[in-house]
Design a protein around this ligand. Structure first.
Ligand SMILES: [Zn+2]
Ligand SMILES: [Zn+2]
Length: 404
């Protein structure tokens, strides 16, 4: 609702009975206010109605708050200095009493609004000045930083948009878990069992990738989301496993991905490819994705393997749907149920005495070690069952993650 000039004249008595500073006068939705700052609108209303000047410190509505605007701008400016960003948004917290008086005044002149005009204008005036000073843009939808000023305490709180980074990792190690694994005794606090590290393993794929990223972005924390996971003793080779890592409260947003890639590689345990910026949507998509995987399994049998028998077993598995009851080794942390998984292909790479190397392409979520051993009948059919000889996995590697 916007007041016309004539209406404003009619309200002269009422308006002048409130002693308002230029800023607070400028809150009146006025027809001639286009492209003017709040204070300019206030000044033009004052001239129009021939009202005497009021010092903001004596203003009935804001009680001097409007005089503080340059101070707020300076506070936010200083706070934002340490951060790299392209866009920002200003928010403010204003004393309830001021907002009550605003409502009272506006209703007296017949203006009803659901949100505070005072706060809107304060945000707008601060934002406009900072846009020029910082040469950055105000973004209402998806700003890199939201700066909220608490006007009662002169404190600025920042909400910083996280950075999401996509990549694929390759793990040439049989002793590193994918994510940080806290000590089950102390839950990360540190105790004798974990040599006061708080962790069960010295490092993880997550930590090796996060370290340089946190260092360069000066982020506070991270969270790592792999597209599925492999066992600690399983290598992740080939084209790597997709992941998205989220860096929380970063101070720097521009990342030299080549440099990060190099630095991760120098650690010798894990390497990454295809690093790039990502977003929350991709993270969610990745977490839901089910990609087929190709494995290389070195299998050891209790007796020497006959090539003919192995060929037959492998042919049976090819294209078969297997039934896996939750493996004994993970039964304590997974739901007990039977999963049906498809084995897309299975072929022999080599055989020698009691040892064979197999290439297996299987549906996402297949337990390969159990496909080999049979897990005491919990997986059917299995290589052990088909050969009639107990078999176990010596080494297992993920060679390729398909899809994407
Ligand atoms: Zn005022
Ligand atoms: Zn511990």
């Amino acid at each position: 609702m916007i007041l016309l000039e004539k209406k404003l004249e009619e309200l002269k008595e009422t308006i002048s009975s409130y002693k308002l500073c230029d800023f607070c006068l400028g809150l009146i939705p006025y027809t001639n206010s286009k492209n003017l700052s709040t204070i300019q609108v206030g000044k033009s209303i004052r001239k129009q109605l021939n009202l005497s000047k009021i010092n903001p410190l004596n203003c009935w509505l804001c009680n001097g708050l409007s005089d503080e605007i340059p101070n707020f701008i300076q506070l936010i400016y200083e706070k934002l200095k340490e951060y790299e960003y392209n866009s920002f948004l200003i928010g403010c917290k204003v004393d309830e009493e001021i907002l009550e008086r605003e409502k009272q005044f506006l209703s007296k002149i017949g203006v009803s609004t659901t949100e505070s005009i005072f706060k809107n204008h304060l945000n707008r005036e601060i934002g406009k000045t900072l846009e020029e000073q910082l040469d950055k843009e105000v973004d209402f939808k998806n700003p890199d930083i939201i700066a909220v000023i608490d006007t009662s305490f002169d404190v600025v709180h920042l909400q910083i948009k996280p950075i999401y980074i996509y990549g694929r990792y390759i793990k040439k190690s049989r002793s590193i878990p994918q994510t940080k694994w806290f000590c089950s005794l102390c839950h990360g606090k540190g105790c004798r069992r974990c040599s006061y590290s708080g962790k069960l393993y010295e490092t993880s794929v997550e930590e090796l990738i996060a370290a340089p990223l946190l260092k360069y972005t000066k982020g506070e924390d991270e969270s790592f989301h792999g597209c599925g996971r492999e066992d600690i003793d399983v290598q992740m080779l080939g084209n790597g496993r997709p992941f998205v890592i989220e860096i929380k409260n970063p101070k720097k947003r521009s990342i030299d991905f080549d440099k990060i890639t190099e630095e991760i590689k120098r650690g010798n345990k894990v390497s990454v490819v295809n690093l790039r910026y990502s977003n929350r949507e991709e993270l969610i998509r990745l977490k839901k994705a089910h990609f087929n995987k190709i494995y290389q399994a070195v299998v050891e049998c209790k007796e020497a393997i006959s090539e003919e028998k192995l060929k037959k077993a492998v042919e049976t598995l090819q294209g078969a749907t297997i039934h896996q009851f939750t493996p004994t080794r993970v039964a304590h942390r997974r739901a007990h149920l039977v999963r049906n998984r498809k084995i897309y292909s299975c072929r022999i790479e080599s055989i020698r005495d009691t040892r064979a190397t197999l290439m297996i392409e299987a549906e996402s979520g297949t337990y390969i070690k159990e496909l080999i051993s049979g897990d005491n009948g919990n997986t059917k059919p299995s290589l052990s069952e088909l050969l009639g000889i107990p078999c176990s996995t010596v080494t297992l590697d993920v060679i390729e993650i398909k899809g994407e």
